[in-house]
Design a protein. Structure first.
Ligand code: HEM
Length: 136
């Protein structure tokens, strides 16, 4: 299979897992706000980890395809750190936050981190400044 075709497939997997991650997170956030028992259901606790693992593998794979690596390349480092912050805040929001206020604050913070990562992905700039030169 040509490299370009494989890259498009892996990037599509990256996009699908990102969509699943944010939809699942918002849904679990709503359940957290409603204090629903669904949040504790086994599939709800396991499936996000499966999806997130595929997300991370597809992310690293796409990065190696274009010879860019986190901690070498600025925008990928920002994405990696943004993803890490999203995961930590997400865990506080959905499980570890001791008060409702902390959980809601962490939930909003996680959504902001996710939005930042999407903007960094779109601009390929950690400061989220779009530069047409990057696409030349
Ligand atoms: C919450 C986490 C993430 C989100 C929301 C996200 C979002 C995106 C989006 C929207 C794109 C498409 C950009 C475009 O084509 O204009 C993309 C592409 C990409 N992402 Fe991610 N990403 C995440 C995590 C990561 C991580 C952790 C890495 C690196 C280890 C990574 C590496 C890449 C690469 C290499 C591309 C392809 C860039 C290209 O087309 O040249 N992503 N990501």
């Amino acid at each position: 299979m040509p490299d370009a075709q494989l890259f498009n497939i892996v990037k599509a997997i990256h996009m699908i897992t990102i969509t699943v991650t944010i939809c699942g997170f918002v849904l679990r956030g709503i359940w957290m706000l409603k204090e629903s028992l669904l949040l504790k259901a086994l599939p709800v606790r396991i499936l996000p980890h499966v999806n997130d693992t595929i997300l991370l593998i597809s992310a690293v794979w796409t990065a190696t395809f274009i010879d860019q690596y986190p901690f070498v390349n600025g925008w990928l480092t920002a994405k990696m750190l943004g993803l890490l912050a999203y995961i930590v805040l997400g865990a506080i929001a959905l499980s570890y936050g001791r008060t409702r206020q902390i959980r809601i604050g962490a939930f909003v913070g996680a959504l902001l981190c996710f939005g930042y990562v999407v903007l960094v992905a779109a601009t390929k700039n950690p400061l989220v400044i779009w530069s047409p030169a990057d696409y030349a």
